[in-house]
Design a protein around this ligand. Structure first.
Ligand code: C2O
Ligand code: CU
Length: 501
C-alpha cells in the first residue's frame, strides 16, 4: 500500500513512503531558486481538504495560578517532589474550538517573576509573553491577562520565557489544543506530554538544572523520563480503533526518535499543522516540537508501544492496550486533517536571510548598541532571570548578552511587514539545535542532509552541520524571538530577535 516517491534529487537518503491513495493529492508547488535540498519541492499540505465547518465564537476564560505544588514523579512509593504548575493538575491541558477567544488571567504565586509565552500561536506581538520584549515581567503577587483568538487549529503549548531552565525544569508548562481540524472523528484523542525531570531519586529534590558541561554540549539530561508525569504509562484504547496521539516534547534537552512498535502509525500534523498522512518510520522530535499521529489500536489484549529509538537501548514511552469491542475491520488509512490557513510564502523574488548557529565568538560585544535610559531591553539585561547566565552560543556571531546593562542587543534582522522571507538556518556545531521562531509558522522547504517532507512548523531540528531552508510571510509587526529551544543553549547566548516593521 506504500508508494516509493522518487524526488529526482541527488545525494538524498531514503525516499519516504507515503500512502498511495493520498499521494495523488499532493500539490505541485515548485520551489524556485532553492538548490541542493533534499526536500521533494512539493508541498504535502496543498492537497488537504478545505475546512468547511464554521468557526466557533465566544470567549473561553481561563485562570492560571503559577505556584509551587507537590507531585509524585518517582512513582507511588517514591518521595514526592516540588513542582511549579499553573493549576492543581501537573500540566493543564486546555482544549478550545477554533474561533473561540481565550481570555487568560495569570496570577503569579511564585517567588520570582514569570510570564506566559504561547508557543506556536500566530497572535499579536503584545500577547507573545516575552518579559521586557513584549510585556513587563509579572512579579510575585501580580496578575496579568492575555486575550487572543488563535487563528489555527492544532497542538500548541505554553511556558515561561525567563529563567526557563528552572521554571520549565520544575514543570511550568501547559498544553493548548485548538480543535476543529478533523474531517471525521478518530476513536480517541490523547495528548502525550514528554518531559524528563532532574531528580535525586532518594529525596525527590532537584539536581542542578544547568551544568557547564551540558550547557556547552548537548544539554543536561533529566534522570527520570515521564509521559504525562508517569513513567511508561499504559493507556487503554478501543481495540482496532484509530487513535489520535498528540505528542509534545516539553523537555528542555532531550531529542527523541519517535516510532511505534507493534502497529501501524501515520503522521497527520507537525507542530499542529496538518500534513497529508504519511507512514511514521521514525521522527526526530526535539524540545518544543510536536507530532500528531494516528495509531491503529491493537486487538483486545494486544499492545502497541510508542518508542524512543534515539537511546542505545530503545525506550518504551507509553503502551496502548487494546480493550472492549473492536472498532472496525477496515485497512489502516487515516483520514487527513483539513488544510490550515497559514499564509503561503511567495518564494519567487523573496528576500533572503541567513542565520548561522554557532559557538560564541570572542568579539561578541560587537552586537551591542548603547541603551537609552528607560529602555525595557536594557532593564532586561539588569535582570539576571532574563539575561544570559554565561555566553557559549551565538546566532550570526551575536550572542544574547550577559548582564551588561549599558548594552542592548539589536535585532538580528529588520523585516518588512507583509513580505515573504526565505531563510537558511545553518548549524556550524556538532550538536543538534531545535530552532524556534516566535509568531510565524514557517514552511520547511528542505535540508542539505535529510529527506524532510515539505511542511509547516514553528520549531525545526537542525542536526550537526545541516542547513535547512525555511520561508514565511512576516505578516505581523513586532519583535519576534528566534532561539534554540534546548534551554541551556537559549540561556547561554543562542537567542536573538527579528524586528518586523
Ligand atoms: Cu517555546 Cu521562545 O519559546
Ligand atoms: Cu541549541
Amino acid at each position: 500500500m506504500f508508494a516509493v516517491q522518487n524526488d529526482g534529487l541527488h545525494g538524498c537518503p531514503m525516499p519516504q513512503r507515503r500512502f498511495s491513495r493520498r499521494s495523488l493529492l499532493g500539490g505541485g508547488l515548485a520551489v524556485a531558486g532553492v538548490a541542493a535540498l533534499c526536500g521533494r519541492g512539493q508541498a504535502r499540505t496543498a492537497g488537504l481538504p478545505p475546512r468547511l465547518r464554521a468557526a466557533a465564537q465566544g470567549e473561553r476564560r481561563l485562570s492560571l495560578v503559577a505556584a509551587e505544588r507537590r507531585a509524585k514523579l518517582l512513582g507511588a512509593d517514591g518521595p514526592d517532589s516540588a513542582v511549579w504548575t499553573y493549576g492543581e493538575k501537573l500540566f493543564e491541558v486546555v482544549r478550545i474550538a477554533q474561533g473561540e477567544t481565550l481570555a487568560v488571567e495569570l496570577e503569579n504565586r511564585l517567588a520570582e517573576h514569570t510570564a506566559i509565552h504561547w508557543h506556536g500561536l500566530r497572535i499579536p506581538n503584545d500577547q507573545d509573553g516575552v518579559p521586557y520584549v513584549t510585556q513587563p515581567p509579572v512579579r510575585p503577587g501580580e496578575r496579568h491577562s492575555y486575550r487572543f483568538t488563535p487563528p489555527d487549529t492544532g497542538t500548541f503549548w505554553f511556558h515561561p520565557h525567563c529563567d526557563t531552565v528552572a521554571q520549565l525544569g520544575r514543570g511550568l508548562a501547559g498544553v493548548l489544543i485548538v480543535e476543529g481540524d478533523e474531517t471525521a472523528p478518530y476513536d480517541a484523542d490523547l495528548a502525550l506530554l514528554l518531559k524528563d525531570w532532574r531528580l535525586d531519586p532518594a529525596s525527590g529534590g532537584y539536581l542542578p538544572f544547568m551544568t557547564q558541561r551540558g550547557a556547552l554540549r548537548a544539554g543536561t539530561f533529566g534522570t527520570v523520563r515521564t509521559v504525562n508525569g508517569e513513567t511508561a504509562p499504559r493507556l487503554t484504547v478501543r481495540a482496532g480503533g484509530d487513535v489520535r496521539l498528540r505528542l509534545l516534547n516539553l523537555d528542555s534537552t532531550r531529542v527523541g526518535d519517535i516510532g511505534v512498535d507493534g502497529g501501524e502509525a501515520a503522521v497527520i500534523a507537525i507542530d499542529g499543522n496538518p500534513i497529508a498522512p504519511f507512514p511514521l518510520k521514525d521522527w526526530r522530535l526535539g524540545p518544543a516540537m510536536r507530532l500528531d499521529l494516528v495509531v491503529r489500536a491493537p486487538a483486545a489484549g494486544g499492545e502497541v508501544r510508542l518508542m524512543d529509538y534515539f537511546a542505545a537501548e530503545p525506550v518504551v514511552l507509553a503502551t496502548l492496550a487494546g480493550a472492549w469491542a473492536p472498532a472496525r475491520g477496515k485497512a489502516f488509512d487515516p483520514t487527513p486533517l483539513t488544510r490550515s490557513a497559514i499564509p503561503e510564502p511567495r518564494i519567487r523574488g523573496a528576500e533572503r536571510l541567513t542565520f548561522a548557529f554557532a559557538t560564541a565568538s570572542k568579539q561578541k560585544s560587537a552586537l551591542a548598541v548603547s541603551a537609552d535610559d528607560g529602555d525595557p531591553l536594557a532593564a532586561a539585561l539588569l535582570d539576571s532571570l532574563c539575561a544570559a547566565s554565561t555566553v557559549n552560543w551565538s546566532i550570526n556571531r551575536e550572542a544574547w548578552p550577559v548582564g551588561d546593562h549599558s548594552r542592548v542587543p539589536k535585532p538580528l534582522a529588520v523585516l518588512r511587514e507583509g513580505r515573504t522571507y526565505v531563510a537558511e538556518l545553518s548549524n556550524e556545531t556538532p550538536h543538534v539545535h531545535p530552532i524556534h521562531l516566535h509568531g510565524f509558522t514557517f514552511k520547511v522547504l528542505g535540508s542539505t542532509k535529510r529527506e524532510l517532507p515539505v511542511h509547516f512548523a514553528d520549531t525545526v531540528l537542525l542536526t550537526p552541520n545541516e542547513r535547512i531552508t525555511i520561508a514565511f510571510v512576516a505578516d505581523r509587526p513586532g519583535d519576534w524571538m528566534i532561539h534554540c529551544h534546548l534551554i541551556e543553549h537559549q540561556e547561554t547566548g543562542m537567542m536573538g530577535y527579528l524586528k518586523v516593521v
